[in-house]
Design a protein around this ligand. Structure first.
Ligand code: GLP
Length: 245
């Protein structure tokens, strides 16, 4: 494979070469000119093809490995990452997770509504019966690939209105001064039922991850309850664990 045919040539900007190569690879991965799991040519071949040093190639690839866009397999070379890796300990939004990996986040609405809290929501969010809540039900995509179903409930005080939520719930909460600063999350393995499977474009019975996130504000009030069903084949959860000091 000639890499230049897929990512274009370098040298049109004044940025360092390794950065130009990184940008070109990043774009090719985002546009899927380079497909998930595809192997890159060996580093020395890339260096020869682009007329740069191997150190430049290595530096370019290292940065993308660090971002989770490429993976290295011992003895086998460098590959475009197949799954989106999610740092489990960071309180980020779906949109941020996808964008930081060069994927384009997108959602399709299943439902958005405003109504009175139900008993599950009132327990989880600590709201009194009759309180007003917003509900946002979405299918979340990375580029054209369905990744997850998300059902979020936000207390009425959290947002000025239903229509303030565009493509990102966390952006809308941030704008309202109510983005969560802390969250509790639990997850478990599930098998998708027929309806979920159909929405996510997988077979009924396919494996997935169910995640419940409860987000809190600085003052301790709960601001979010989200139930998410992630496709098991699309997501890797990564957690950095530190020994007790
Ligand atoms: C993640 C979390 C959800 C959160 C969502 C916000 O997917 N699991 O709990 O509601 O991000 O994402 P966005 O701001 O893109 O709507």
């Amino acid at each position: 494979m000639k890499l230049a045919e897929r990512i274009g040539t370098l040298g049109e900007s004044s940025a360092p070469l390794y950065q130009q190569m990184q940008d070109a690879l990043r774009q090719a991965i985002a546009s899927q000119a380079l497909k998930p799991q595809e192997a890159l040519p060996p580093e020395r071949d890339i260096a020869t093809e682009f007329g740069v040093s191997r150190i430049t190639v290595r530096k370019a690839l290292d940065g993308l490995v660090g971002d989770g866009l490429l993976t290295r397999k011992q003895g086998a070379g460098t590959f475009v990452a197949g799954r989106v890796e999610k740092q489990f300990s960071k309180l980020t939004s779906f949109s941020e997770d996808m964008a930081s990996r060069g994927r384009t986040p997108r959602s399709e609405w299943i439902q958005q509504s405003v109504g009175a809290v139900n008993s599950d929501e009132s327990l989880t969010l600590g709201l009194s019966p009759g309180s007003r809540v917003y509900r946002f039900h979405r299918i979340r995509f990375a580029d054209e690939q369905p990744m997850a179903l998300e059902y979020s409930t936000i207390p009425g005080f959290g947002l000025p209105g239903l229509e303030t939520v565009g493509s990102s719930l966390y952006e809308a909460l941030y704008a309202a001064g109510h983005r969560p600063v802390r969250a509790l999350q639990r997850l478990r393995a599930v098998l998708f039922n027929a309806e979920q499977a159909q929405l996510l474009g997988v077979e009924a019975g396919a494996p997935g991850l169910f995640i419940e996130r409860r987000g809190f504000l600085e003052d301790g009030r709960a601001i979010e309850m989200t139930h998410s069903w992630y496709r098991g084949d699309a997501y890797d959860f990564v957690a950095e664990l530190n020994a007790l000091a």
